[in-house]
Design a protein around this ligand. Structure first.
Ligand SMILES: Nc1ncnc2c1ncn2[C@@H]1O[C@H](COP(=O)(O)OP(=O)(O)OP(=O)(O)O)[C@@H](O)[C@H]1O
Ligand SMILES: [Mg+2]
Length: 255
């Protein structure tokens, strides 16, 4: 039996305020094994807040968070502050994941195509190299769900495409679920099964092609953004169903 489509995390009617700012408004969303779900939305829309809720780092004012018991999650945060004065090689940085098994550390580096960086200082890495190292660190937990908050930030266009296809390959090889946050509308399309468009509430969601034709999406990103996005067709032949606001991806298969 395939477990590809099982829900790993389900969020129901999530509301959260910061002071008078109603950041998350009745958000319903599910994340599935084997599925790449991309959260998109403008700055300040509540994407990182939603990520923190799904990870259990932030307790929402109201709503239900269901997580599969003992779910192993690998998390790559949007920002990571590392003290520049503290000497830190890639090897030692990876060891901060609690994993000390050199072979596993090296295998994770190899998975992200960064074997050569093993002894390099973390402070000297390029933007794209740093993102790969953060991804390798998230993989060390052998995650069933990989949660990536803006994994391609600071990376040039080609590097972004490479990272997205790397993430897709990781999903194909491991069969894990992936949740990622992205701003670059068109690049992410090829490597995603399911898009959830957020501006405090879920504006629209579904298969990338479905979402780009949704008036709510066009309103949020403008006609130009929506057209740019539509150019990039996603050739996975998934079906999807959207029940009200609840996003389901039972038929999300990968090859
Ligand atoms: N701990 C906090 N205390 C007060 N306000 C917060 C806190 N965290 C987030 N906010 C506010 O909540 C709103 C949503 O923030 P969030 O970081 O979730 O946005 P985002 O969609 O991830 O944006 P970006 O694309 O810029 O990363 C913002 O207005 C932010 O200022
Ligand atoms: Mg954010």
């Amino acid at each position: 039996m395939s477990h590809t489509h099982e829900a790993l995390i389900s969020l129901q009617q999530i509301n959260h305020h910061f002071g008078g700012n109603h950041v998350l408004q009745s958000v319903n969303v599910e994340f599935h094994r084997g599925c790449i779900t991309t959260l998109i939305g403008p700055n300040g829309a509540g994407k990182t807040t939603l990520i923190r809720v799904l990870l259990g780092l932030l307790k929402p004012d109201s709503g239900k968070v269901w997580r599969q018991p003992d779910l192993r999650i690998g998390y790559m945060p949007q920002k990571l502050q590392i003290d520049k004065t503290f000497p830190l090689t890639v090897k030692r940085f990876l060891e901060t994941s609690q994993c000390r098994d050199t072979q596993r550390l090296q295998a994770a580096l190899k998975d992200v195509g960064a074997s050569a960086l093993w002894q390099q200082s973390i402070h000297d890495l390029s933007g794209g190299e740093m993102q790969r190292i953060l991804l390798a660190r998230a993989l060390l937990r052998d995650p069933e769900l990989l949660v990536l908050d803006e994994p391609v930030q600071g990376v040039d266009i080609n590097g972004q495409l490479e990272l997205y296809s790397l993430i897709e390959r990781i999903r194909d090889q491991r069969g894990c679920g992936v949740v990622m946050v992205s701003h670059d509308l068109h690049l992410v399309m090829a490597a995603t099964d399911h898009v959830v468009c957020i501006n405090h509430h879920v504006c629209c969601s579904g298969h990338p092609e479905h979402v780009t034709n949704d008036p709510a999406f066009v309103e949020l990103f403008g006609q130009r953004g929506a057209e740019q996005l539509a150019i990039y067709n996603h050739n996975h032949n998934h079906r999807h169903t959207v029940h009200g606001d609840i996003v389901t991806t039972h038929n999300c298969e990968h090859h």
